[in-house]
Ligand binder design. Structure first.
Ligand SMILES: [Zn+2]
Length: 495
């Protein structure tokens, strides 16, 4: 029943134009209110946004995603030292910085539960690749040419792209851990970007066959160093997880050893599974390894019983619909995941081929699921009488369910007093958002990246008036483009 990746796609190396790569351009300023008032401090290193001790996001329509708070019109969100203190009308604290959100919708930041952030540098080269192309070219070739500084730049700009699109938390699945320096610089990139992240330390990208084909190599020991030295505190803005190969890509012995080590460190583990074939969950069950600390990515070819096992054990599933549909992994499984009781969540996966924003990915996951749900009625020649996944549920999947999938639901995922202030302010006065007849639908189904006016992470302003606040992006832009050009050239993908 189990399938392993012994695929040999026989794909020939391709050649891509690299000379005309689009410049990284930051969005032009919007016209929503600006930050002001007293008590505004600069960020610690001066390179990222304002981090005022007290901050009020004023007079917006607050879509809290908290069932006890619901949607509040003309409400304020009061933040103190990065924590949401109060959500109500007419809050007027002394000496607070103010972001005027009049006419805007204030929502929790999106939670992207699966991203290989490093691939920002190879953006847009893989739009017609199959999954076997990807395994051979990206993980068999491109990944070996990344140096530590390329990992830094990829993660800095990849995380900035997420913030720009209203995503405040990302699981960064890092599978170019080619040396300790690669991992350290990748974490530096996330830190300098100012995003909340689960840095998911994976295998090196230096030998695709060794690490990804029925691998007998256990997870690199460097994760213990990272755990002790870089992540000694469990509730920092960036936390650690283990990116394991899992039963589709490694032997039972390796799977058991890896998950056991992750549990000894008290960190979650995330694995790609079920995109090449089914049966992997049975292997985990036979080994006695199922648990609520496991995150399953893709899961397209799971059998129904596998979904049940994941749901019963409290696992989470990351659906990355655009990648899965393109690359022939199978139909996205948002509905099956939820039905089985697994935590359903959405991710981007890779911007080497698909859209980096959670607006697109969430809508695609929801749209595919609605199509699946409607099809039996269509097949009977009847008319649909109800539509599955209401807009609020779609928004939950992009926010609080993602937080739950990453074990962060007590800290982020909704606008709730006591949680960290990860907020997105969406302009309701733009031509594609006006009028805001239903603020939940504005966020879930109408708005896009261009409407993201302000983004706040941990109380720190990462984007305001439609522009990212991080000076590092302008400083590093040339280096980022040069890095991408070199990696593609050495990979044989540039002319
Ligand atoms: Zn992935």
């Amino acid at each position: 029943m189990r399938r392993r990746t012994d695929d040999d796609g026989g794909v020939s190396r391709r050649s891509y134009l690299a000379g005309s790569a689009a410049a990284v351009s930051l969005p032009l300023s919007g016209c929503l209110g600006s930050i002001g008032g007293n008590g505004t401090d600069d960020g610690d290193d001066g390179s990222t946004g304002d981090a005022p001790d007290r901050l009020v996001v004023r007079n917006g329509t607050v879509v809290s995603v908290d069932p006890d708070i619901g949607v509040l019109e003309r409400a304020d969100v009061y933040v103190e030292n990065g924590e949401i203190v109060e959500v109500a009308e007419g809050i007027d604290p002394d000496d607070a910085a103010v972001i005027d959100a009049s006419g805007a919708v204030v929502a929790p930041g999106f939670v992207n539960t699966h991203l290989h952030t490093w691939q920002a540098g190879v953006r847009g080269i893989a739009g017609d690749w199959t999954f076997t192309d990807y395994l051979e070219i990206m993980l068999g070739e491109v990944s070996s040419h990344y140096r530590p500084e390329d990992a830094y730049l990829g993660n800095l700009f990849g995380a900035a792209e997420q913030l720009n699109a209203g995503t405040t938390t990302v699981l960064d699945w890092f599978h170019i851990a080619n040396s300790p320096d690669h991992s350290d610089r990748a974490i530096d990139g996330l830190e300098d970007a100012g995003i909340r992240a689960v840095f998911t330390h994976g295998p090196p990208g230096d030998d695709g066959a060794k690490w990804w084909e029925a691998s007998t190599e256990p997870h690199p020991d460097d994760i213990e160093r990272l755990h002790e030295e870089r992540f000694p505190v469990a509730d920092d803005r960036i936390t650690l997880a283990m990116g394991i190969r899992g039963p589709d890509y490694a032997t039972d012995e390796v799977v058991e050893e890896d998950i056991t080590r992750a549990r000894e460190m008290g960190i979650p583990a995330s694995m790609h599974i079920g995109s090449l074939g089914g049966g992997g969950v049975y292997a985990l069950e036979e080994l006695g390894l199922l648990g609520d600390d496991l995150n399953y990515v893709h899961a397209n070819r799971f059998e129904d019983e596998e979904f049940a096992l994941v749901g019963d054990s409290g696992g989470s599933i990351s659906t990355t619909p655009e990648v899965e549909l393109q690359m022939g992994m199978g139909t996205p499984v948002l509905g099956k995941a939820a039905e089985a009781g697994a935590t359903p969540s959405v991710g981007v996966d890779i911007v080497s081929n698909v859209s980096g924003d959670m607006f697109t990915q969430t809508r695609m996951a929801v749209g595919v699921q609605r199509g699946i749900d409607n099809q039996p009625v269509v097949d009977r020649g009847e008319q649909t009488t109800e539509v599955s996944i209401d807009p609020h549920r779609a928004l939950e999947i992009a926010t609080i369910e993602g937080a739950r999938a990453l074990g962060l639901e007590d800290r982020v995922g909704s606008i709730t007093p006591g949680k960290r202030a990860d907020l997105v302010v969406i302009d309701g006065g733009d031509v594609n958002t006006l009028p805001v007849n239903n603020p939940v639908e504005t966020v879930a189904f109408q708005a896009g990246v261009g409407n993201v006016d302000t983004v706040i992470v941990d109380g720190e302003v990462a984007k305001r008036d439609g522009a990212l606040t991080n000076d590092a992006l302008a400083e590093e832009r040339d280096a980022f483009e040069a890095s991408a050009e070199r990696v593609l050239s050495e990979s044989g993908l540039a002319e």
